[in-house]
Design a protein around this ligand. Sequence first.
Ligand code: ZN
Length: 236
Amino acid sequence: MQALAGPELLSLWERGASRHALDRSALLAAAARPDWPAAGIADRPLGQVNASLLRLRAATFGPRIDGHADCTQCGQRLAFTLDARVLLPATADEDDAPRTTEAAGLRVRAPSLRDLAGVATEADAERAMRALLARCTLAGDLAQVDDAALATIEDALDALDPQADLVLALQCVACGHAGQAQLDAGALLWDEIDAQARVLLAEVHRLASAYGWSEAQILALSPARRASYLALVEAR
Ligand SMILES: [Zn+2]
């Protein structure tokens, strides 16, 4: 996968800033996978979208992910570092066939960004899960599914589309509680793009002020050459 170049990164930042997080993930996935028809991205299995976002992030900013999560037991903030590659499937998944599976008497398909957006306003986690499953049930009666069977279906969906739900096991350093951190591939990529866009704009500002070059000229410089000019401007 190709890294985002400066002009493309700034264009994405500009278009993504005002969007809802899920809509923004679709925008970023379209940049990651120009070979995918853009109109269909919101309907792809979420795991495929997440993998594309993680790959674009690794290609542009490197594979290291620094994050934090609060212990659900004692509230201690836990920092973690991981390599994005451990979250990715070993081989690029190019399978365009719909991902479906059977569990607890239902035939279900893997959820998509559109499905998540459809249940985004549901605050209660269990009701959100049922609403999500209702959207993804192709055959069978969801109303007949009890909570134990619901867990079976969730496990089957995890196995069907493993990158859909990115969880990291974490042990609290303060109380020893074994918990999980949920990783949001779209947010992980967007945070880097947002930070990098601000750095780029500041660099354009300094070089344009010093040399009178246009934004396009400055962004066309390689990062190494841009850094050299910035060092010269700083040394004046
Ligand atoms: Zn704790």
